[in-house]
Design a protein around this ligand. Sequence first.
Ligand code: PBG
Length: 330
Amino acid sequence: MTMGPERIRRQKSLRFLLQEFALRPSDVVLPLFINDLPAGSSRDITSMPGVRQWTVDDVRPFAARAVEAGVRSFILFGIVGKNTKTASGEAAWDREGPVVRALRAFRKDFGTEVNLFADACFCEYTNHGHCGPITISGLESRREHAETLVGLGKMSTEYAEAGANVVAPSGMVDGMVRHIRGALDAEGHPDVAICSYSVKLASSFYGPFRDAAENAPEFGDRRGYQMDPGSLREATREIMNDEAEGADMLLIKPGMPCLDLIRLAREKSALPVGAYQVSGEYSMLKAAAQAGYLNEEASFLESLLAMKRAGAGFIITYWAMEALAALRKV
Ligand code: PBG
Protein backbone atom coordinates (compact mmCIF):
# COMPACT_ATOMS: atom_id res chain seq x y z
CA MET A 1 0.00 0.00 0.00
CA THR A 2 1.25 3.52 -0.77
CA MET A 3 1.74 5.83 2.15
CA GLY A 4 0.44 9.36 2.21
CA PRO A 5 1.28 12.16 4.65
CA GLU A 6 1.93 9.59 7.37
CA ARG A 7 5.42 9.19 5.94
CA ILE A 8 6.38 12.73 6.89
CA ARG A 9 4.91 12.44 10.37
CA ARG A 10 6.70 9.34 11.58
CA GLN A 11 9.94 10.91 12.69
CA LYS A 12 9.98 13.81 15.13
CA SER A 13 12.88 15.56 13.41
CA LEU A 14 10.99 15.65 10.12
CA ARG A 15 7.83 16.89 11.80
CA PHE A 16 9.92 19.62 13.37
CA LEU A 17 11.44 20.59 10.01
CA LEU A 18 8.13 20.69 8.20
CA GLN A 19 6.05 22.47 10.83
CA GLU A 20 4.47 25.55 9.24
CA PHE A 21 3.20 27.56 12.19
CA ALA A 22 4.56 28.22 15.63
CA LEU A 23 3.88 30.62 18.44
CA ARG A 24 6.80 33.03 18.88
CA PRO A 25 7.64 34.80 22.14
CA SER A 26 7.11 38.15 20.42
CA ASP A 27 3.51 37.22 19.51
CA VAL A 28 1.90 37.64 22.91
CA VAL A 29 0.34 40.72 24.48
CA LEU A 30 -0.47 40.62 28.20
CA PRO A 31 -3.65 42.42 29.37
CA LEU A 32 -3.50 44.21 32.73
CA PHE A 33 -6.41 45.47 34.81
CA ILE A 34 -5.46 48.61 36.74
CA ASN A 35 -7.67 50.10 39.44
CA ASP A 36 -7.59 53.51 41.12
CA LEU A 37 -7.12 52.22 44.67
CA PRO A 38 -4.21 52.82 47.06
CA ALA A 39 -1.18 50.50 47.08
CA GLY A 40 -1.94 47.12 48.64
CA SER A 41 -5.51 46.95 47.30
CA SER A 42 -4.78 44.63 44.40
CA ARG A 43 -7.10 41.64 44.33
CA ASP A 44 -7.60 38.29 42.66
CA ILE A 45 -10.31 38.00 40.04
CA THR A 46 -12.39 35.03 41.14
CA SER A 47 -13.67 34.09 37.72
CA MET A 48 -10.18 34.26 36.18
CA PRO A 49 -7.89 32.11 38.32
CA GLY A 50 -4.36 33.49 38.25
CA VAL A 51 -5.36 36.97 37.02
CA ARG A 52 -5.41 40.01 39.28
CA GLN A 53 -6.76 43.51 39.36
CA TRP A 54 -3.79 45.73 40.22
CA THR A 55 -3.26 49.12 41.77
CA VAL A 56 -0.87 51.39 39.87
CA ASP A 57 1.80 50.96 42.56
CA ASP A 58 1.48 47.19 42.83
CA VAL A 59 1.47 46.59 39.08
CA ARG A 60 4.94 48.03 38.55
CA PRO A 61 6.92 45.18 40.15
CA PHE A 62 4.58 42.67 38.53
CA ALA A 63 5.10 44.21 35.09
CA ALA A 64 8.85 44.20 35.71
CA ARG A 65 8.65 40.45 36.33
CA ALA A 66 6.64 40.04 33.13
CA VAL A 67 9.28 41.96 31.14
CA GLU A 68 11.93 39.83 32.78
CA ALA A 69 10.01 36.76 31.61
CA GLY A 70 9.99 38.08 28.05
CA VAL A 71 6.74 40.02 27.73
CA ARG A 72 7.24 42.97 25.37
CA SER A 73 3.66 44.11 24.91
CA PHE A 74 0.95 45.05 27.40
CA ILE A 75 -2.63 46.21 26.95
CA LEU A 76 -4.06 48.26 29.79
CA PHE A 77 -7.64 48.39 31.07
CA GLY A 78 -8.73 50.83 33.75
CA ILE A 79 -11.14 50.32 36.61
CA VAL A 80 -12.59 53.16 38.63
CA GLY A 81 -14.84 53.17 41.68
CA LYS A 82 -18.64 53.46 41.41
CA ASN A 83 -18.56 57.07 42.57
CA THR A 84 -16.18 58.08 39.79
CA LYS A 85 -18.40 56.67 37.05
CA THR A 86 -20.78 59.06 35.30
CA ALA A 87 -23.31 58.91 32.48
CA SER A 88 -20.81 60.34 30.02
CA GLY A 89 -17.73 58.50 31.32
CA GLU A 90 -15.28 61.41 31.40
CA ALA A 91 -13.06 59.55 33.90
CA ALA A 92 -11.73 57.73 30.81
CA TRP A 93 -9.60 60.76 29.96
CA ASP A 94 -8.80 61.88 33.49
CA ARG A 95 -5.11 62.76 33.67
CA GLU A 96 -4.91 61.12 37.09
CA GLY A 97 -6.88 58.03 36.05
CA PRO A 98 -5.40 54.56 36.56
CA VAL A 99 -4.51 53.89 32.91
CA VAL A 100 -2.83 57.27 32.40
CA ARG A 101 -0.82 56.87 35.60
CA ALA A 102 0.20 53.31 34.76
CA LEU A 103 1.23 54.30 31.24
CA ARG A 104 3.47 57.04 32.62
CA ALA A 105 4.99 54.66 35.16
CA PHE A 106 5.62 51.92 32.58
CA ARG A 107 7.26 54.31 30.12
CA LYS A 108 9.52 55.44 32.91
CA ASP A 109 10.29 51.88 34.03
CA PHE A 110 10.73 50.23 30.63
CA GLY A 111 11.51 52.99 28.13
CA THR A 112 10.86 51.96 24.57
CA GLU A 113 11.54 48.31 25.29
CA VAL A 114 7.84 47.58 25.52
CA ASN A 115 4.69 48.23 23.53
CA LEU A 116 1.99 49.87 25.57
CA PHE A 117 -1.46 49.35 24.10
CA ALA A 118 -4.19 51.40 25.75
CA ASP A 119 -7.68 50.00 25.36
CA ALA A 120 -9.90 52.95 24.51
CA CYS A 121 -13.51 52.48 25.55
CA PHE A 122 -16.15 54.02 27.81
CA CYS A 123 -17.65 50.95 29.45
CA GLU A 124 -15.34 50.89 32.46
CA TYR A 125 -16.12 54.56 33.14
CA THR A 126 -19.86 54.98 32.52
CA ASN A 127 -22.30 54.37 35.36
CA HIS A 128 -24.58 52.41 32.99
CA GLY A 129 -21.66 50.31 31.70
CA HIS A 130 -22.23 50.96 28.00
CA CYS A 131 -19.46 51.70 25.50
CA GLY A 132 -20.45 55.34 25.08
CA PRO A 133 -22.92 57.90 26.42
CA ILE A 134 -26.49 56.64 26.09
CA THR A 135 -29.81 58.38 25.55
CA ILE A 136 -32.87 56.60 26.80
CA SER A 137 -36.28 57.33 25.35
CA GLY A 138 -39.02 55.08 26.64
CA LEU A 139 -37.76 51.52 26.47
CA GLU A 140 -35.19 52.31 23.82
CA SER A 141 -31.60 53.18 24.57
CA ARG A 142 -29.23 54.49 21.96
CA ARG A 143 -25.55 55.31 22.00
CA GLU A 144 -24.80 58.95 21.23
CA HIS A 145 -22.60 58.65 18.18
CA ALA A 146 -20.99 62.09 17.96
CA GLU A 147 -20.36 62.38 21.69
CA THR A 148 -18.85 58.89 21.76
CA LEU A 149 -16.39 59.79 19.01
CA VAL A 150 -15.37 63.01 20.73
CA GLY A 151 -14.69 61.12 23.98
CA LEU A 152 -12.71 58.43 22.16
CA GLY A 153 -10.55 61.18 20.65
CA LYS A 154 -9.97 62.71 24.09
CA MET A 155 -9.04 59.47 25.83
CA SER A 156 -6.81 58.39 22.93
CA THR A 157 -4.77 61.60 22.97
CA GLU A 158 -4.53 61.43 26.77
CA TYR A 159 -3.20 57.85 26.57
CA ALA A 160 -0.76 58.81 23.80
CA GLU A 161 0.43 61.75 25.88
CA ALA A 162 1.05 59.41 28.82
CA GLY A 163 3.15 57.01 26.76
CA ALA A 164 0.91 54.58 24.85
CA ASN A 165 2.41 53.76 21.46
CA VAL A 166 -0.75 51.93 20.40
CA VAL A 167 -4.33 52.98 21.04
CA ALA A 168 -6.89 50.19 20.78
CA PRO A 169 -10.48 51.41 20.44
CA SER A 170 -12.80 48.56 21.41
CA GLY A 171 -16.25 50.10 21.33
CA MET A 172 -17.27 49.12 17.78
CA VAL A 173 -18.22 52.69 16.87
CA ASP A 174 -18.56 53.47 13.16
CA GLY A 175 -15.94 56.02 12.17
CA MET A 176 -13.90 55.60 15.38
CA VAL A 177 -10.61 54.96 13.59
CA ARG A 178 -10.87 58.04 11.36
CA HIS A 179 -11.86 60.23 14.29
CA ILE A 180 -9.08 58.97 16.58
CA ARG A 181 -6.48 59.28 13.80
CA GLY A 182 -7.53 62.91 13.32
CA ALA A 183 -7.38 63.62 17.04
CA LEU A 184 -3.96 61.99 17.49
CA ASP A 185 -2.52 63.83 14.50
CA ALA A 186 -3.96 67.15 15.60
CA GLU A 187 -2.54 66.77 19.11
CA GLY A 188 0.98 65.94 17.97
CA HIS A 189 0.90 62.13 18.04
CA PRO A 190 1.17 61.13 14.40
CA ASP A 191 3.45 58.24 15.37
CA VAL A 192 1.00 56.55 17.74
CA ALA A 193 -0.60 53.55 16.03
CA ILE A 194 -4.24 52.48 16.09
CA CYS A 195 -5.11 48.85 16.67
CA SER A 196 -8.82 48.70 15.93
CA TYR A 197 -11.06 46.05 17.41
CA SER A 198 -12.42 45.56 13.90
CA VAL A 199 -14.63 42.61 14.45
CA LYS A 200 -15.82 42.21 17.99
CA LEU A 201 -18.69 39.81 18.45
CA ALA A 202 -21.47 40.31 20.95
CA SER A 203 -20.01 37.31 22.75
CA SER A 204 -20.86 35.46 25.92
CA PHE A 205 -17.16 34.74 26.33
CA TYR A 206 -16.57 38.22 27.82
CA GLY A 207 -18.40 37.15 31.00
CA PRO A 208 -15.40 36.97 33.36
CA PHE A 209 -13.96 40.25 31.98
CA ARG A 210 -17.07 42.08 33.10
CA ASP A 211 -16.37 40.78 36.56
CA ALA A 212 -12.70 41.78 36.27
CA ALA A 213 -13.30 45.22 34.81
CA GLU A 214 -16.59 45.87 36.61
CA ASN A 215 -18.21 47.00 33.36
CA ALA A 216 -21.33 44.86 32.97
CA PRO A 217 -24.14 46.95 31.40
CA GLU A 218 -26.72 48.10 33.97
CA PHE A 219 -29.49 47.58 31.43
CA GLY A 220 -29.75 46.11 27.96
CA ASP A 221 -26.77 44.57 26.23
CA ARG A 222 -24.12 45.46 23.66
CA ARG A 223 -25.87 43.93 20.67
CA GLY A 224 -26.64 47.39 19.30
CA TYR A 225 -22.97 47.91 18.53
CA GLN A 226 -21.07 44.60 18.72
CA MET A 227 -21.46 42.18 15.81
CA ASP A 228 -23.99 39.37 15.93
CA PRO A 229 -22.24 35.97 16.04
CA GLY A 230 -24.60 34.88 13.26
CA SER A 231 -23.23 37.49 10.84
CA LEU A 232 -20.36 37.12 8.45
CA ARG A 233 -20.64 39.64 5.60
CA GLU A 234 -20.66 42.52 8.08
CA ALA A 235 -17.18 41.48 9.18
CA THR A 236 -15.87 42.31 5.71
CA ARG A 237 -17.43 45.78 5.95
CA GLU A 238 -15.83 46.35 9.35
CA ILE A 239 -12.41 45.25 8.12
CA MET A 240 -12.56 47.35 4.94
CA ASN A 241 -13.85 50.40 6.82
CA ASP A 242 -11.10 50.23 9.42
CA GLU A 243 -8.44 49.89 6.76
CA ALA A 244 -9.87 52.80 4.77
CA GLU A 245 -10.07 54.95 7.92
CA GLY A 246 -6.38 54.48 8.63
CA ALA A 247 -6.12 51.61 11.12
CA ASP A 248 -2.59 50.27 11.54
CA MET A 249 -3.61 46.86 12.87
CA LEU A 250 -6.84 44.90 13.04
CA LEU A 251 -8.04 42.89 15.98
CA ILE A 252 -10.53 40.03 15.96
CA LYS A 253 -12.29 39.01 19.12
CA PRO A 254 -12.94 36.53 20.69
CA GLY A 255 -10.26 34.17 19.36
CA MET A 256 -11.24 30.52 19.06
CA PRO A 257 -14.90 31.25 18.27
CA CYS A 258 -13.70 33.53 15.43
CA LEU A 259 -11.06 31.53 13.60
CA ASP A 260 -12.94 32.08 10.34
CA LEU A 261 -12.99 35.84 10.92
CA ILE A 262 -9.27 35.89 11.65
CA ARG A 263 -8.73 34.17 8.32
CA LEU A 264 -11.11 36.59 6.63
CA ALA A 265 -9.22 39.60 7.94
CA ARG A 266 -5.92 38.02 6.92
CA GLU A 267 -7.20 37.55 3.38
CA LYS A 268 -9.03 40.85 2.93
CA SER A 269 -6.34 43.15 4.26
CA ALA A 270 -2.59 43.56 4.18
CA LEU A 271 -2.60 45.03 7.71
CA PRO A 272 -1.29 43.04 10.66
CA VAL A 273 -4.09 41.02 12.24
CA GLY A 274 -4.28 40.17 15.92
CA ALA A 275 -6.59 37.89 17.85
CA TYR A 276 -7.85 38.32 21.41
CA GLN A 277 -8.11 35.14 23.46
CA VAL A 278 -10.74 36.62 25.76
CA SER A 279 -11.52 36.12 29.42
CA GLY A 280 -14.08 33.34 28.88
CA GLU A 281 -11.68 31.36 26.73
CA TYR A 282 -9.01 31.73 29.40
CA SER A 283 -11.33 30.77 32.26
CA MET A 284 -12.81 27.86 30.39
CA LEU A 285 -9.41 26.27 29.71
CA LYS A 286 -8.14 27.14 33.16
CA ALA A 287 -11.17 25.64 34.93
CA ALA A 288 -10.99 22.46 32.89
CA ALA A 289 -7.29 22.19 33.68
CA GLN A 290 -7.92 22.77 37.39
CA ALA A 291 -10.56 20.06 37.35
CA GLY A 292 -8.06 17.73 35.74
CA TYR A 293 -10.07 17.43 32.51
CA LEU A 294 -7.49 19.08 30.26
CA ASN A 295 -3.76 19.56 30.26
CA GLU A 296 -3.36 23.30 30.77
CA GLU A 297 -0.18 23.86 28.84
CA ALA A 298 -1.05 21.65 25.90
CA SER A 299 -4.56 23.00 25.49
CA PHE A 300 -3.57 26.67 25.78
CA LEU A 301 -0.69 26.24 23.34
CA GLU A 302 -2.94 24.45 20.89
CA SER A 303 -5.60 27.14 21.03
CA LEU A 304 -3.04 29.91 20.54
CA LEU A 305 -1.53 27.98 17.65
CA ALA A 306 -4.98 27.63 16.07
CA MET A 307 -5.25 31.44 16.02
CA LYS A 308 -1.82 31.72 14.42
CA ARG A 309 -2.76 29.15 11.79
CA ALA A 310 -5.97 31.04 11.08
CA GLY A 311 -3.87 34.12 10.30
CA ALA A 312 -3.20 36.00 13.54
CA GLY A 313 0.21 37.64 13.75
CA PHE A 314 -0.12 38.47 17.43
CA ILE A 315 -2.41 37.36 20.25
CA ILE A 316 -3.68 39.15 23.32
CA THR A 317 -3.80 36.52 26.05
CA TYR A 318 -4.01 36.41 29.85
CA TRP A 319 -1.80 33.32 29.55
CA ALA A 320 1.11 35.30 28.02
CA MET A 321 3.63 34.68 30.81
CA GLU A 322 2.83 30.98 30.94
CA ALA A 323 3.13 30.83 27.14
CA LEU A 324 6.60 32.33 27.32
CA ALA A 325 7.63 29.85 30.01
CA ALA A 326 6.28 26.97 27.90
CA LEU A 327 8.07 28.21 24.77
CA ARG A 328 11.35 28.30 26.66
CA LYS A 329 11.02 24.58 27.30
CA VAL A 330 10.85 23.51 23.64
C1 PBG B 1 -14.74 46.63 26.52
C2 PBG B 1 -13.96 45.41 26.33
C3 PBG B 1 -14.40 44.11 26.58
C4 PBG B 1 -13.30 43.27 26.39
C5 PBG B 1 -12.23 44.07 25.99
N1 PBG B 1 -12.67 45.39 25.95
C6 PBG B 1 -15.66 43.57 27.09
C7 PBG B 1 -16.99 43.86 26.61
O1 PBG B 1 -17.25 44.20 25.47
O2 PBG B 1 -17.81 43.72 27.48
C8 PBG B 1 -13.34 41.79 26.58
C9 PBG B 1 -12.08 41.15 26.93
C10 PBG B 1 -12.21 39.82 27.55
O3 PBG B 1 -13.30 39.24 27.72
O4 PBG B 1 -11.16 39.29 27.92
N2 PBG B 1 -14.88 47.51 25.51
